[in-house]
Design a protein around this ligand. Structure first.
Ligand code: FMN
Length: 167
């Protein structure tokens, strides 16, 4: 799969088989995340890897649109690290880039995934931080639900010439 194919064919996947994700594969996902660009090359992030069934089940209740986590064998919380960069805007953008890298790597590795928004919903960020007992300097930006896909999703056309301003 080349990069353009991966970008165009990735879809959010919310149904999974019960096949677990091997540690080697998880490390590849994390590596993809850590190769995302960051402002000032800060790499101001931490990744929380969740595989425990009881934690995934609780997260599925905690996140208002995260029900699929009760099937997922894996979740990753992408967090900005305020000890490294104080600017919330940069932390958020960096983590968004890492999140997209993880979604694309998951697709390439035959997994399905979906980005579950945390930032800028302060209530969700607080709930996740408290439940996972994250230290104060970590700002959870996204929660990614991951597993082997048990659904097929169509690829709608999204390219719109009308969204382009040529100068
Ligand atoms: C910031 C952000 C927050 C999102 N939050 C959720 C969510 O809470 N639950 C969910 O099922 N999907 C969530 N999504 C996934 C979007 O619904 C999905 O990307 C969009 O419908 C386009 O579909 P696609 O990913 O299959 O291309 C989120 C995506 C982004 C970028």
């Amino acid at each position: 799969m080349n990069t353009i194919e991966a970008i165009l064919n990735r879809r959010s996947i919310r149904k999974y088989t019960d096949k677990p994700v091997d540690k080697e594969v998880i490390l590849q996902l994390l590596k993809a995340g850590m190769y995302a660009p960051t402002a000032r090359n800060s790499c101001a992030w931490q990744f929380v890897v969740i595989q425990k069934r009881e934690i995934l089940d609780h997260l599925s209740q905690l996140h208002p649109y995260g029900k699929m986590l009760n099937q997922a064998p894996l979740a990753i919380v992408v967090c900005g690290d305020r000890n490294i960069d104080k600017e919330e805007g940069y932390l958020t953008i960096n983590c968004a880039a890492a999140t997209q890298n993880i979604l694309l790597a998951a697709h390439e590795l035959g997994l399905g995934s979906v980005w579950l928004g945390l930032y800028p919903r302060t209530d969700r960020m607080k709930d996740i931080s408290e439940f996972l007992q994250l230290p104060d300097h970590l700002m959870p930006v996204s929660l990614i639900s991951i597993g082997y896909s048990a659904e097929q999703r169509p690829f709608p056309e999204r390219f719109e010439l009308g969204k382009i301003i040529w100068k």
